[in-house]
Write a protein that binds this ligand. Structure first.
Ligand SMILES: Cc1cc2nc3c(=O)[nH]c(=O)nc-3n(C[C@H](O)[C@H](O)[C@H](O)COP(=O)(O)OP(=O)(O)OC[C@H]3O[C@@H](n4cnc5c(N)ncnc54)[C@H](O)[C@@H]3O)c2cc1C
Length: 145
């Protein structure tokens, strides 16, 4: 804590400009992918919970991409042998309409410890804000996961 205060006084803001950045909202990306799939003749099926891949038994290829908590990765854990490395820092990931013209890192802190914000604009009028702290500071601040 003392070392943190000496190295990075609360209120320090670093702006990192000049990097090329290409981004869009998740919604826009998904719409682009859906449009391309339709062009290729793919039948899109939404809001269908797949609990048994056996329904695709006659398919040539099945791609399962069910996210970070993949139930199929768990089901086939012996085959895929995934390595999951859970780290300890705590994050809150938020969206804002505040414009930013550079990657922005804000170092803040009070008597409980350091908090860091990483923020960047990904499209006009939309920016992502990630607030991060270590588990001890999180607990001292009275926060609960
Ligand atoms: C808050 C946040 C911000 C992020 N910001 C960025 C960023 O700025 N840039 C970046 O590159 N990455 C970012 N990421 C990471 C990025 O979102 C992920 O890496 C990416 O979405 C992973 O894609 P995926 O297709 O593997 O899984 P997902 O996007 O999670 O997609 C999995 C899909 O499978 C569906 N599904 C799950 N189970 C079933 C089931 N049984 N039946 C049917 N459907 C099912 C889910 O509903 C979901 O639609 C961010 C992540 C978060 C949480």
């Amino acid at each position: 804590m003392g070392r943190y205060r000496r190295a990075l006084p609360p209120g320090t803001v670093h702006r990192v400009g000049g990097n090329g950045f290409c981004g869009c909202s998740r919604r826009k990306l998904l719409l682009i992918l859906q449009e391309r799939a339709r062009e290729l003749g793919v039948a899109l099926l939404f809001e269908a919970d797949i609990d048994d891949e056996a329904r695709f038994a006659d398919a040539d290829l099945v791609v399962l991409a069910d996210g970070i908590n993949s139930r199929f990765r768990e089901k086939y854990i012996a085959h895929f042998q995934p390595e999951v490395d859970v780290r300890s820092n705590m994050f809150a990931w938020m969206g804002s309409t505040r414009p930013l013209d550079a990657f922005t890192f804000i170092f803040s802190g009070n008597r409980v410890g350091p908090f860091i914000a990483h923020a960047y604009q990904y499209e006009v009028g939309r920016s992502t804000w990630i607030f991060e702290t270590d588990p001890k500071t999180f607990k001292r601040a009275g926060l609960r996961a």
